[in-house]
Design a protein around this ligand. Sequence first.
Ligand SMILES: [Zn+2]
Length: 272
Amino acid sequence: MPELPEVQTIRDELANKILNKKIKEVEVKFPGLLNVPAKVFISTITGTEIISIRRRAKLLIFDLSNQWSLLIHLKLTGQLIVAGQPGPGKPHLIYHFSDGSKLTHYDLRKFGYAKLIKTAETAAYLEKENLGPEPLSKDFTLEKFKQLLQTKPKALIKPLLMDQTFLAGIGNIYSQEACFFAKILPTRKAGTLNNREISLLYQGLREILKQAIKYKGSSVDSYVNTAGEEGKYVPELKVYGRGGKQCLNCGEILKQEKINGRGTTWCQKCQK
Ligand SMILES: [Zn+2]
C-alpha cells in the first residue's frame, strides 16, 4: 500500500502537472469507487478547476473551484497516471482537462475511493478519521512523540507506528525501517523505550520518510508515480522485504515473521 512518501510524491507531481487545470469531461468507468451516483459526480466536477491539492495521511484532497473537494484514497492498488503514459489494466475514472491532457485513476483491486464532499466539510471529515499527527510536520516534535508513546505503553512499537490514529501515513514498509534505524525490536512495547531509543526512532522516522520522498517512494507492489514509473527507494530499504538475507550492518541473517498479521523483518543482533 502506498504510504506517506508515495502519496506525497503523487501529490507533488500532480501539483506540478494538473493544478489550476479545468476539468472538461469526466469518464466514470467504475462507479463503485464513488460516494455519489456517477451522474451527480460528473455534473458536480465538470467545468471546475483544481485550485489546490493537499495530502493528509494517505489521503489526497483536490479542492475544486466550485467549493467541492474530491477525496482520493489509493488504498492497496490505486494509481493516478497523467496522460501520455500507458497505464496498467483498465482505467476506472478518467478526468479530461481543457488543455487536452488527462488524469487516469486505476484501481485494480477496487479498495480505494473517489469521494465528493463540500470543501467546507473536509476538516470535519478528517476529524472523524481521527488521524494522528503528520510525522514531517513542524508540530510533530520529539517531545510530542514522547507524549504520544506514553499514551500507549503496552502497544507493540511496530504495529503502533502503523496505526493511523497514532501517527499518520506510516505503513508496513517505513515502520520496519524506522525500527531498524533505532536498533529496536519491532515487538518492543512502547513503554519500554528509553529516551535514547525514542530519539533515534523519531530521527529515523523523519529522515527515512524525507529520503523516501526524495527517491519518489518505494515500488514494492503496484505503486507507481504519476508518470507510471516505479519509485527508486527499494534499493535503499535496509530490512523491508529482505528476510533471509544478510543484515547490511552486521551480516546476520535477517529474521522474518508475522507481527499482528503483517510480515516483518528485523535483525536479531542489531535490534534489541
Ligand atoms: Zn544486524
